[in-house]
Design a protein around this ligand. Structure first.
Ligand code: 5GP
Length: 188
C-alpha cells in the first residue's frame, strides 16, 4: 500500500515524552498516534486500543510468528512492545502520518526500514537525576522497575546523536514549541 511520512519519537523513560507527544497530537491535525501492542498490564486509566493493544504473551508471540510487526522489542524484562504493520497501514489509508512513540532500539529499526520517509526525534531529560525525580514523582515504579528504567536510560542517552533531532526537555513550553514546529516543517 502507498505509505506517507512517518514521525518517530523516542526518549528514555521519564524524559517528559508523553506530555510532549500529547501536546503535539492536540495541535497537529494530519498526525495520528500509532497504537503499539504490548504485554505489560494496563496502568490505571489506560484504555485498550487507545493507549496500547494489551495482548497476552502467547498472542504477541503468535503475531511475531505471523510477521505482523514492523519492529518489536522486549523493552523491559519479560515485557514485549511492538509496532503493528496494520496500524501504520490504517493511518496511511486515512491520509495521515503515523507518530510512533517507541523505545530507542525500536526507533532505530523503524528509521532503518523507512529511511526516506521518516523523521526521528530524541527527547532528552536535562540529567539522569532529574529523570530519576520525574519517575519517582510519577509513582508508577517499584524500586526494581525504577532501577531498570534508569539503567536503560543511561544506555539510551549514548545513542541520541543517531537521530535527526535532539530536543532537551528542560523547559516544557520551549520544548513543545520546538517539537511542533519541527514536525510541522517535516510534514509540510
Ligand atoms: P511504558 O511501559 O512506559 O508505556 O513504555 C515503555 C517504553 O516502551 C517506552 O519507552 C515506550 O516508548 C516504549 N514502546 C512503546 N511502544 C513501543 C513499540 O511499539 N515498540 C518499541 N520498541 N517500544 C515501544
Amino acid at each position: 500500500m502507498k505509505s506517507g511520512k512517518i514521525i518517530i519519537i523516542t526518549a528514555p523513560s521519564g524524559s517528559g515524552k508523553t506530555t510532549l507527544v500529547k501536546r503535539l497530537m492536540a495541535t497537529t491535525n494530519n498526525l495520528a498516534f500509532s497504537v503499539s501492542a504490548c504485554t505489560r498490564n494496563p496502568r490505571a486509566g489506560e484504555v485498550d486500543g487507545t493507549d496500547y493493544y494489551f495482548f497476552t504473551e502467547d498472542k504477541f508471540k503468535q503475531l511475531i510468528d505471523d510477521d505482523s510487526f514492523i519492529e518489536w522489542e522486549m523493552v523491559y524484562p519479560g515485557k514485549y512492545y511492538g509496532t503493528l504493520k496494520s496500524e501504520l497501514d490504517r493511518i496511511w489509508e486515512a491520509g495521515k502520518s503515523p507518530l510512533v512513540d517507541i523505545d530507542v532500539q525500536g526507533a532505530l529499526t523503524v528509521m532503518d526500514k523507512y529511511k526516506d520517509i521518516s523523521y526521528s526525534i530524541f527527547i532528552e531529560a536535562p540529567s539522569i537525576e532529574i529523570l530519576r525525580e520525574r519517575l519517582l514523582l510519577r509513582g508508577t515504579e517499584t524500586p526494581e522497575t525504577l532501577a531498570e528504567r534508569i539503567d536503560k536510560a543511561e544506555h539510551e542517552l549514548k545513542l541520541a546523536t543517531k537521530f535527526n533531532k535532539i530536543i532537551i526537555n528542560d523547559n516544557l513550553d520551549l520544548a513543545t514549541t520546538d517539537l511542533i514546529s519541527t514536525v510541522e516543517q517535516f510534514l509540510s
